[in-house]
Design a protein around this ligand. Sequence first.
Ligand SMILES: Nc1nc2c(ncn2[C@@H]2O[C@H](COP(=O)(O)OP(=O)(O)O)[C@@H](O)[C@H]2O)c(=O)[nH]1
Ligand SMILES: [Mg+2]
Length: 188
Amino acid sequence: MGLLDRLSVLLGLKKKEVHVLCLGLDNSGKTTIINKLKPSNAQSQNILPTIGFSIEKFKSSSLSFTVFDMSGQGRYRNLWEHYYKEGQAIIFVIDSSDRLRMVVAKEELDTLLNHPDIKHRRIPILFFANKMDLRDAVTSVKVSQLLCLENIKDKPWHICASDAIKGEGLQEGVDWLQGTLQNTVLKI
Ligand SMILES: Nc1nc2c(ncn2[C@@H]2O[C@H](COP(=O)(O)OP(=O)(O)O)[C@@H](O)[C@H]2O)c(=O)[nH]1
Ligand SMILES: [Mg+2]
């Protein structure tokens, strides 16, 4: 970031940009969450399954987020790692009602955490225990246990229960991410 850009950020004229990777199994609600975080006039009405990935933008009170919304479909998942280096934060989405695939979500998370471009970085991870509105959904505490999140000791992380259709729980997550990024990676 150049001097003028830095000055604009300091003066509050410009929001600092951060790159975020949005990961998780297909159908967990990644695209719906990112769509809901965009200003209402930029939101899509129809969410289609993501092919490969798409780049989206949304803003919080002091940051401008560029999100790589990655497809969770098995055949695209090996695409994720090409973007790990660029990511300054991760949003990992879980379908809390999909007990059967929770094991697969855990495997994907473990692979992510052990990747050389992630393993030794204090990159913040925001988990959304999504689809809380569904009858079969387990609580965010249970999701956290099933994914063994307490084992993540070297990265700041936080889990929020969310309902992406109604937009519930999303703001709490973004507030945490903004605060954590400001205190760690960005040191504003
Ligand atoms: N009931 C419910 N459905 C959701 C929620 N979030 C997403 N969905 C639905 O789950 C499906 C997959 O969502 P999508 O955002 O495409 O998932 P992605 O593959 O992770 O990007 C869509 O039919 C969404 O409408 C939620 O919180 N509750
Ligand atoms: Mg998608």
